[in-house]
Design a binder for this molecule. Structure first.
Ligand code: SF4
Length: 225
């Protein structure tokens, strides 16, 4: 199933824009409860105004709130970014540490964010269990686990470690484009023949094809969508 999904989405990648580990870390924190497209709209202004961890730590709160406002929950997110910048300066000389154990100690950073950063900014394989990954792993019969950490370990045992980052991308792409939370496009799904959940969504090929969201318009990649 993974190989087929990889063939379907050979270009699967992290959909957040970033130039360095700090940018990806901050962008991932900002992506909570919003789309990657929305985050990508605000991060150029954020990183040109405050390029380093020390800049983020000492930023004017009101000014940053204005920049982050389009991402929603902007007061909480500003708070997270200020604290994150401060913790990086205090504990890691302003650098993003390339270790899971260090990353998850940073304020506002959980395993999911840490694995995104490890896999995409440092090339260290990681499985990113977001809402799509958890839902699809269960639908495709890879695991029954609900807890994201248990899903990560269970699926990690099935797939070679070197594939973990790409696996995360293709499963998330499949969740965003085909196997939606509501009305998955089963009739247009490349792994339907092996999927124990085939039929939970639309099975008519034409109706299913109309549900595909291959070319995402800005804002169309809604989380859980
Ligand atoms: S067959 Fe349906 S439920 Fe299974 S992976 Fe495809 S779209 Fe999702």
């Amino acid at each position: 199933m993974y190989r087929t999904l990889h063939e379907q989405y050979p270009y699967a990648h992290c959909e957040l824009d970033f130039d360095n580990p700090l940018q990806l870390l901050v962008a991932t924190v900002l992506s909570a409860q919003t789309t990657d497209v929305t985050v990508n709209r605000v991060t150029p202004a954020l990183f040109s105004r405050w390029p380093g961890a020390a800049d983020l730590a000492s930023a004017d709160r009101t000014e940053m709130e204005e920049v982050l406002r389009p991402t929603g929950f902007y007061r909480a997110k500003t708070n997270s970014v200020l604290k994150l910048g401060a913790a990086l300066v205090e504990n890691h000389d302003g650098q993003v540490p390339p270790r899971l154990a260090d990353l998850v100690k940073l304020p506002g950073v959980g395993r999911k964010t840490a694995n995104v950063v490890l896999g995409n900014a440092f090339g260290i394989p990681g499985i990113t269990v977001d809402t799509h990954f958890g839902r699809l792993s269960r639908r495709m019969g890879w695991t029954d686990e609900e807890d994201p950490v248990k899903v990560e370990h269970a699926v990690g045992r099935l797939i070679p470690r070197t594939e973990w980052t790409m696996l995360s991308h293709v499963v998330i792409f499949h969740g965003r484009r085909t196997c939606h939370a509501r009305r998955p496009a089963c009739g247009a799904c490349p792994v339907a023949r092996w999927c124990p959940s085939y039929g939970v969504g639309e099975t008519d090929p034409e109706e299913a094809a109309a549900l595909l969201r291959f070319e995402l318009a800005p804002g169309a990649g809604a989380k859980g969508g």
